[in-house]
Design a protein around this ligand. Structure first.
Ligand code: MRU
Length: 352
């Protein structure tokens, strides 16, 4: 089966990022699922802040938002050509890049915006806007391709478990791991979908199951702590997750909790699939121990829904990503193809 069999009008309806021509509108993911409101950003400072605050989140989505942030920053400068514009835009690009450290898509998108300015003459503004649009359009196309590729690995009637939110909300649309799940459901390969809560920010319970509900896909929510029990009991053949950075040796940084799912999947004889566009692959980082892991405010652990649940004076540690070693991964799916049992040679071959 191919993408032609997938009804994208049904399975691809949410858009977290809207460029109006004058401003960047971001679906406020802090307020979902009960409020669907967009935050309007008119400056690159506002975009950087929105990325930091998780108004927009998910590796590909923050790259796309940052690209539009550069377009907004360009409104505040005067330059005769691309080279001068690149120098004047450098502070804004550094500020956008510093908003979150782990997802490589942010630095990747900014490098593309910088590259678009190279050799650009007086029409550099148009070049920048066209590049931001291209980054967004290519991400959507990559997701649809990965949906087809990833779903082809899944035997009809399988159950899957996913983690965090990797759907339209985290990308230009359709999603990475959630794109594979959408394609797999559309093609009748996936019979049961489980999503875990993804504490402490609850991307799974607040975003993923809501997103699937919009498509009419039944999903069963589980506590993060129920995952090993589910994998042991059966009913799930694949754990399908996204990535924030894939290293040259196939190690994968993704939302905290991914690593323990990979260990548990291997222990219980289930398969583990990582789905991410090539913009998430960082061949300049040899292995996962070199990735900077973002730590967020411990307050995220000290309460639920704004109410404190933990006694005063308790300390908390809140790393929000972890690294899954390549050896625990059965398949990495990108728009360029599938790597089974990833290692440095296979990753190099994929990208060459
Ligand atoms: O902190 P978040 O919500 O930005 O983390 C998102 C994830 O870890 C996703 O799994 C990853 O970015 C892949 S999204 C297509």
């Amino acid at each position: 089966m191919t993408g032609a069999d997938i009804d994208y009008a049904r399975y691809d309806r949410i858009r977290p990022i809207r460029w109006t021509g004058g401003a960047l509108e971001l679906l406020d993911q802090r307020r979902l699922p009960f409020e669907t409101t967009y935050v309007s950003c008119g400056t690159s400072d506002e975009v950087a802040d929105a990325i930091r605050q998780l108004v927009v989140r998910g590796a590909p989505a923050i790259g796309i938002a940052a690209a539009w942030g550069v377009v907004l920053a360009a409104r505040g400068i005067d330059a005769v050509d691309g080279a001068q514009a690149a120098r004047l835009l450098q502070p804004a690009m550094e500020q956008l890049n510093a908003a979150r450290p782990t997802a490589v898509n942010l630095a990747w998108a900014l490098a593309r915006m910088r590259g678009a300015l190279e050799g650009a003459g007086s029409a550099w503004r148009e070049r920048l806007e066209a590049e931001a649009r291209a980054i967004e359009t290519e991400d959507l196309a990559a997701n649809r391709r990965m949906g087809e590729l990833g779903a082809s690995l899944i035997a009809p009637g399988s159950g899957v478990l996913t983690h965090c939110n990797t759907g339209s909300l985290a990308t230009a649309g359709f999603g990475t791991a959630l794109g594979v799940i959408r394609a797999g459901v559309a093609q009748g390969r996936i019979g049961r979908v489980f999503a875990d809560e993804t504490r402490p920010w609850m991307q799974g319970s607040r975003l993923t199951v809501w997103e699937l509900q919009q498509d009419g896909i039944d999903a069963t929510l589980i506590a993060d702590a129920a995952a090993s029990h589910l994998l042991k009991e059966g009913g799930v053949e694949w754990v399908v997750v996204g990535a924030d950075r894939i290293c040259a040796n196939g190690d994968v940084a993704n939302k905290i909790g991914t690593y323990q799912l990979a260990i548990s999947a291997r222990f219980h004889g289930r398969k583990f699939m990582v789905v991410a566009p090539s913009s998430t692959v960082d061949m300049a980082t040899p292995s996962g121990d070199l990735i900077e892991i973002e730590e967020r405010d411990p307050a995220e652990l000290l309460g639920v829904g704004g109410s404190r649940t933990v006694a005063d004076g308790i300390q908390a540690w809140n790393p929000v990503f972890d690294v899954t070693p390549a050896a625990l991964i059965d398949a990495i799916v990108t728009e360029k193809g599938i790597v089974e049992r990833p290692d440095a040679d296979a990753m190099r071959a994929l990208l060459s």
